[in-house]
Design a protein around this ligand. Structure first.
Ligand code: SAH
Length: 245
């Protein structure tokens, strides 16, 4: 049996937002690897072994997937949303790079999923309808200084922005600082939306002016979308025009 690694995005949570391609691979795999809550979303069946692991062990987990594929197993590595967005696809390639001669021949494929910012934007209307930047606010894998710089420059450039991992218990002050920077660069009237548990039964959507935004409006289940200076409300929707003024 020839093994493979498919790195699959499970979408934001709702079953109908899992692509058909991913569904077929989940039905074919012999092993599923990923962070516990994502592996828990894979339907159990005979012939499939689930390997849930803790957060922050991405490269070890990726290595395990490559080793199983080397032994002929059909391994699906699961991420929420899209696996290429702050998730497992890069971790698998990082693990391959550590032992490039050994792993170069392994059949690896990335299967896209609907990422949180696009699912959230769709629920809000069209806040990302013009140019935008996606920024991970976690400083696990980069210094906070870089995050501040990117926020400032994206604000100055007039990008709308989507933030992943906006606020965790281990770094409660950083999102307050991010809001300060955004107010300085974008102004207090700019719209900011908090989309929590998008596509799930307890989904919430909340849009306010940056001047009214507070850090408690976000947690790790929230994707935050800041409009550009033209972003506005139309009825209950938020949209960004396709043109720059
Ligand atoms: N690969 C994932 C992102 C992983 S980072 C993707 O493409 O969506 C984890 C962050 O994604 C969370 O902190 C949150 O900001 C966001 N997120 C993931 N699922 C979400 C959902 N259903 N609703 C809102 N935000 C979500």
């Amino acid at each position: 049996m020839t093994g493979w690694v498919k790195i699959a995005g499970l979408g934001p949570g709702k079953e109908t937002l899992v692509t058909e391609e991913v569904r077929l691979i989940l039905a074919e795999a012999t092993d599923a690897v990923g962070y516990f809550p994502y592996v828990a979303r894979v339907p159990e069946r005979d012939g499939l072994t689930l390997h849930g692991s803790d957060n922050r062990v991405e490269v070890d987990r990726a290595l395990h997937a490559l080793e199983m594929a080397e032994n002929g197993q059909k391994v699906v590595v699961v991420s929420s949303g899209d696996p290429g967005v702050f998730a497992m696809a890069s971790a698998v390639f990082e693990a391959m790079e550590k032992d490039a001669d050994r792993f170069a021949e392994i059949d690896v494929e990335v299967l896209p999923g609907i990422t949180a910012m696009l699912a959230g934007a769709a629920r809000l209307g069209a806040p990302l309808g013009h140019d935008f930047a996606a920024i991970n606010l976690s400083d696990n894998l980069k210094p906070w200084d870089i995050i501040e710089k990117r926020l400032r420059l994206a604000g100055q450039a007039g990008f709308a922005m989507a933030f992943y991992n906006p606020r965790s218990k281990s770094r409660p002050h950083q999102f307050a600082r991010a809001l300060e920077i955004l107010r300085e660069e974008c102004g207090g009237d700019c719209l900011i939306s908090f989309a929590r548990n998008v596509s799930l039964p307890d989904e919430t959507l909340n849009t306010v002016a940056l001047a009214e935004a507070t850090p408690e409006m976000a947690d790790m289940r929230t994707v935050v979308i800041v409009g550009n200076p033209q972003t506005r409300r139309i009825g209950k929707y938020i949209y960004t025009p396709r043109f720059a003024e």
